[in-house]
Design a protein around this ligand. Sequence first.
Ligand code: GDP
Length: 525
Amino acid sequence: MAKTLKAEVESRRTFAIISHPDAGKTTMTEKLLYFGGAIRDAGTVKGKKTGKYATSDWMEIEKQRGISVTSSVMQFDYEGFRINILDTPGHQDFSEDTYRTLMAVDSAVMIIDSAKGIEEQTLKLFKVCRMRGIPIFTFINKLDRQGRTPLELLAELEEVLGIESYPMNWPIGMGKEFYGIYDRYNSRIEQFRVDEDQRFLELDEDGEILGDHPLKESDLYTQALEEIMLLEEAGNEFSVEKINNGTLSPVFFGSALTNFGVQTFLETYLKFAPSPQPRMTNEGEIDPSSEGFSGFIFKIQANMNPAHRDRIAFVRICSGQFERGMNVALTRTGKQIKLSQSTQFLADDRSTVNAAVSGDIIGLYDTGTYQIGDTIYEGKQNIQYEKLPQFTPELFVRVTAKNVMKQKSFHKGVEQLVQEGAIQLYKTYRMEDYILGAVGQLQFEVFEHRMKNEYNSDVIMESIGSKIARWIENDKIDESLSSQRSLLVKDRFDKPLFLFENDFALRWFQDKNPDIKLYNPMDEH
Ligand code: GDP
């Protein structure tokens, strides 16, 4: 490697885009790739999503552009940085893997539709980012359309997410009257409908446009200036420390579709987003620039094609450098593994050669060797990265074996898939019925498919719908409190929890049983 390992690692920026479907994640990604030179034309690529398992938006880009991108990780270079964007699938593909992907990034970019504000999926993904205390950068999108006022949007950000915000720039008008953004950070105005060579207006020391300009006479401009003044007086202070610990989000306004404000966003993001940071193991923190290779598996993607039983295990590199053919050890089993031909390198082939370092993601073909949360390492380190957290499932099914004579393969399959982290398992108290929990429907489909293909076990799954799962603080519980609307079950560590039919049932239960302390593990942090 021409650069030192440390310099390579410091050039990495690894993030995920968190957003609700339709906020503009695909459009934004495409523009970012365009700046990275990975695609030539930043036109609109959004096509219809076809096929049940057309699992990724990236695949859409791939199909339409004919470029080499992989389904889950996109890598590109920009001004000396190497950027990894990890996909967080939404829609029908939302699953625990979506959450786990957030364990592998160093920061997140939250895209918000200016007309819709914070939506459900954004909130869920945000909570997981907050658990980790990683920096969150906000891009408020679709300013070319009429949306909510910027002050309203900021207030919502702070109230709903409980995070401070600092607008790096501020819109002047919106929708049909969108003039551009007042860029506080770069001290300039970026004009929306103006060609690139004249796009920027410089500001003087007082934050006013230098010289004469018709914009100075406009009401929209005056209003924007007044709002900015308000922010200066009553808004949050800019703080790099708060950005770094995830308690203050820098906010950018723009329009991904018209490629407006995206480059400004990218350049400022790169200045403040962290490079790979040390990560915790049972042996203490591991420096990302230290020599020996190590990493952990955060996601295992099952191949839904029955002709291919293999899966791909995604490894986040946390130290050292990956080389094809290298020998590593798997901490859980102590086994040595050669990362040879079976290794697929998930990145754009042109730019990457073999230099994958901390912050990068590699994909390993897996025939059952790996589990989610596994650590692999080179040499004698013998380390284990921190356990991945449990995510609270929201969808539940009752599951049984179709063929009562095949209980053995059924139990074996369930046990292994649960251990692997593909799905959560609960049991009812007296009957010990099996109940599966997931955060997205896809997990059930993958489960059913793998039970049939890998364990030769047909299953019957009966939906019991969406539930609110709440664990019980002191683990002791009176079984008679279980009912249809508040079903008592135990998890695979025998900890009791209730599955409440809805919010109302939860509140009703709490009113009736004020002594029972319920909690959601995802709210703990
Ligand atoms: P995703 O589901 O988050 O990946 O969202 P997409 O990138 O597919 O965008 C959803 C829709 O919003 C598409 O029709 C886009 O063309 C549109 N869109 C994205 N960004 C903008 C924007 O800045 N302005 C407008 N008007 N539409 C946008």
